[in-house]
Design a protein around this ligand. Structure first.
Ligand code: FO1
Length: 326
């Protein structure tokens, strides 16, 4: 069926790249048309606090209080708590800003009162005045483990922050994933008859997107959904805009290209979006049986974010119309 303009968009997001496109959708769509599902494989308990990096990056971005320099945490941050902690010999490898600390403490209070992560996230979003729905991929415990060439498997934040993504990766494991269920909001979103697009935002395919797709029932629900699944390449010109995706691809023996990302998603997506830099790759991606569009995917300004969101939704309508007439 062709997608009506009031169609809904379910965006799957990791950190920075995903949050940028989520903001584009938030500006382009009415609040009730957007559902953002965030990866929770990066989550961990630190100093006794429940840290949810990808949920917080999207939440702060939608609230307009994200730290654009760091790509995580809050704008205008101060670090008095961290300095005091360091002075006491506390663990300071994972930087907690003073404003950001309030989020972790309030989330701990909400979870401690018996709320699910979905409900706690909804409460925080309400307090921050965010009208869109931001949902964790699951309310259960899933932790991304990084397998490395020289040493024991690493908890994700140890790999990403403490060891600065230096270890050579050999693979990933999502502990707890088999016993985890997609969050109720996630599954309801996938089953929404008004769903017009499922968008895999330009996040790290291995540690930000794969955990979401690996949740039991998610791929089947995506395949059964009325909406096409469209992925935006996080690799442009052989490089990741931000983060270790290209380094991981090299270490996994994959070419660092948008084509290789398309191959990674093959069979799980209906369409692929690549940057104009990679236009020459379009025929090879189409040859994989993946309809592909070429547009600007490098989001520097807010206008870039909105334009990419609009282009992806147009692509979704085209794919829906194509499948309706097929
Ligand atoms: N990333 C860093 O590179 N260094 C940090 O000290 C750091 C602290 C931090 C605190 C809260 C939070 O929500 C995120 C934080 N991040 C930090 C980013 C985080 O590791 C990544 O955003 C994700 O895990 C990967 O997308």
């Amino acid at each position: 069926m062709s997608v009506s303009v009031s169609a809904k968009c379910l965006a799957i997001s990791g950190g920075v790249g995903g949050a940028k496109l989520a903001l584009g959708f938030a500006h382009y769509l009415a609040p009730e048309q957007l559902l953002v599902v965030a990866n929770t494989g990066d989550d961990f308990v630190h100093l006794g606090l429940p840290i949810c990096p990808d949920l917080d990056t999207v939440m702060y971005t939608l609230a307009g209080i994200n730290n654009k320099e760091l790509g995580w945490g809050q704008a205008g941050e101060s670090w008095h708590f961290l300095a005091a902690l360091r002075a006491l010999g506390g663990e300071h490898w994972f930087a907690l800003g003073d404003r950001d600390l309030a989020t972790h403490i309030q989330r701990q209070q909400l979870l401690g009162s018996g709320l699910s992560l979905s409900a706690a996230t909804a409460s925080l979003c309400r307090s921050l005045g965010i009208p869109q729905a931001l949902i964790p991929m699951t309310d259960d415990k899933v932790a991304t483990i990084v397998h490395q060439q020289a040493g024991e498997p690493l908890a994700f934040q140890h790999y990403f922050v403490r060891d600065r993504c230096a270890p050579v990766v050999t693979g990933f494991e999502f502990s707890g994933i088999q016993a985890a269920a997609p969050s109720a909001g996630f599954m309801a979103g996938l089953r929404d008859p008004d769903l017009g697009a499922i968008v895999i935002c330009p996040s790290n395919p291995f540690v930000s997107v794969d955990p979401v797709l690996a949740l039991p029932g998610v791929l089947d629900a995506m395949a059964a959904a009325p909406a096409p699944v469209i992925a935006v390449s996080p690799i442009v010109g052989g490089l990741a805009i931000k983060g270790p995706a290209a380094k991981m691809m090299a270490e996994l023996g994959m070419p660092q290209s948008a084509l290789a990302v398309a191959g990674h998603y093959q069979g799980r997506i209906d369409g692929f979006v690549i940057d104009t830099t990679d236009e020459a790759l379009a025929p090879a991606i189409e040859a994989l049986g993946i309809p592909t569009i070429v547009t600007n995917t490098v989001m520097v300004t807010l206008a870039d974010r909105i334009e990419l969101a609009a282009r992806v939704l147009m692509f979704a309508r085209q794919l829906s119309a194509r499948s309706a007439s097929a």
